[in-house]
Design a protein around this ligand. Structure first.
Ligand code: IMP
Length: 422
């Protein structure tokens, strides 16, 4: 039996979708624990590329049950579009997808408020999917949950109260569009009918599965450095992608977790604003972006690119209890004559031993690099560690040494088969 958390250990977009898809071959359940349709998990099967935003990446393997946990915020349109997209690919979600009755809903005013806030001076660079405003309501205890759709009278009262408040904000602060309660109620009641058969008490379902010794993957979205508590606040998402979030976002006790796998790119990327010490805002960054196809799956925004940051990974490992890492996109480094790894930070002439998660301090550090010769060979065709050029092997071993974490998988291309197990 295993209950394995698979999470992003950088700033998101590490290639979690592919790793979850590959590792789910022998599992029974894949459960998503936080975030919403701000995520974009790309999976390539038989040369065909698909992007998932809400539904767990295990959906492409027959026989696996996928769960959207209570910690996720659900945009009905995004969910229905994704179910439709899967249906068009011949993937049936009926009987294979369970949605927590306690998950909060993203309402149209959340999306608008997110966009409005991003027009101000202090931009976070959000995906504008309504994530922050939906979690604000969750923590203010005024949010609308899936279970609220069952009781139309109390839904009307709650919604009316919410909409009156948001309309005031939209009118007086943002001078923006107002919302009509009845229209929203109609829309969400219709949504409730469509998804009724998927809704259940997923915490009870998952704990029963654990008691029956089933194998589970708990899938994180975004990345550890975007965690609202432990990331580079305020340039973070509004949930906990870190391993603790898997417990609260699914109702699974910490004692049930057997492994934590951190997914990292062989280099680093970040979308949105905020400090990024090893960023290469130059020709090298442009080359990483072009070679790695580094454009957002959800928003299409160009990602900021830079070298691998071992200091940041040591921090991510500490806060998540990572026991092994899966390295993705090693093939992207193949054409570089020289490859750098950030091994430490310097600030005011002194070396920092720890990753400062405070954004201002992190924004003022200078990265210290070690430089290595590249392998200059197309490694996307190699299927085992022994076949890799020795300099590529050395790079992997070096990452293990610098971070003190075992490498379990190396991905050398987008396909399922382009994954080397160590
Ligand atoms: P939000 O999650 O849309 O509120 O955006 C907050 C921050 O998280 C922004 O910097 C986004 O670019 C970033 N972010 C959100 N989702 C993802 C993701 O799936 N990958 C990478 N960055 C993300």
């Amino acid at each position: 039996m295993s209950v394995q958390i698979i999470l992003g250990a950088q700033w998101g977009d590490e290639g979690k979708g592919k790793i979850v898809d590959v590792l789910s071959e022998n599992v029974d359940i894949v459960a998503r624990y936080q975030g919403g349709a701000n995520a974009g998990h790309t999976i390539v099967i038989g040369g065909k590329t698909t992007a998932l935003h809400l539904i767990p990446s295990g959906i492409f393997r027959e026989g696996i049950v996928c769960v959207i946990g209570n910690g996720v915020v659900i945009d009905p349109n995004a969910l229905l579009n994704e179910m439709e997209m899967l249906r068009s690919l011949g993937v049936e979600t009926r009987g294979r997808l369970l949605i927590s009755h306690n998950a909060h809903l993203i309402m149209p005013y959340h999306t608008l408020l997110d966009s409005m806030a991003e027009q101000g001076m202090d931009k976070i660079g959000t995906t504008k999917k309504g994530i922050g405003p939906a979690y604000i309501d969750k923590y203010a205890r005024t949010g609308i949950r899936i279970v609220d759709l069952l009781d139309r009278d109390s839904l009307c009262v709650k919604l009316r109260r919410n909409i009156e408040e948001k309309n005031l904000l939209l009118k007086h602060i943002y001078n923006a569009q107002q919302f009509d309660v009845d229209k929203i109620i109609e829309e969400y009641t219709a949504f409730d009918v469509t998804i009724d058969e998927y809704i259940t008490d997923t915490a009870a379902y998952l704990n029963n599965a654990i008691a029956e010794k089933k194998n589970l993957i708990l899938e994180g979205a975004q990345g550890a450095l975007l965690d609202v508590d432990h990331g580079t606040y305020p340039f973070v998402t509004s949930s906990n992608p870190t391993s603790g979030g898997a417990c609260t976002g699914l109702g699974i006790p910490p004692t049930a977790i057997t492994d934590v796998t951190g997914v990292v790119k062989a280099y680093t990327t970040r979308v949105g604003n905020g400090p990024f010490p090893s960023e290469c805002d130059n020709e090298t960054g442009e080359r990483l972006r072009t070679t790695g196809g580094e454009y957002g799956t959800t928003t299409g925004r160009p990602r900021r690119c830079g070298w691998f940051d071992a200091v940041a990974l040591r921090y991510a490992s500490m806060i998540n209890g990572i026991d092994n890492i899966a390295i993705t996109k090693l093939d992207v480094l193949s054409s570089f004559d020289e490859i750098k790894i950030c091994v430490a930070y310097e600030r005011n002439g002194r070396q920092l031993k720890y990753f400062p998660s405070d954004a201002r301090t992190l924004g003022s550090v200078t990265p210290v690099y070690e430089t290595f010769k590249g392998w200059n060979d197309d490694i996307s065709k190699y299927m085992s560690f022994d076949k890799l050029p020795w300099r590529a092997q050395e790079y992997i071993q070096l990452l293990e040494r610098l971070t003190g974490i075992r490498v379990s998988f190396v991905s050398v291309g987008p396909g399922r088969e382009q994954t080397i197990k160590l």
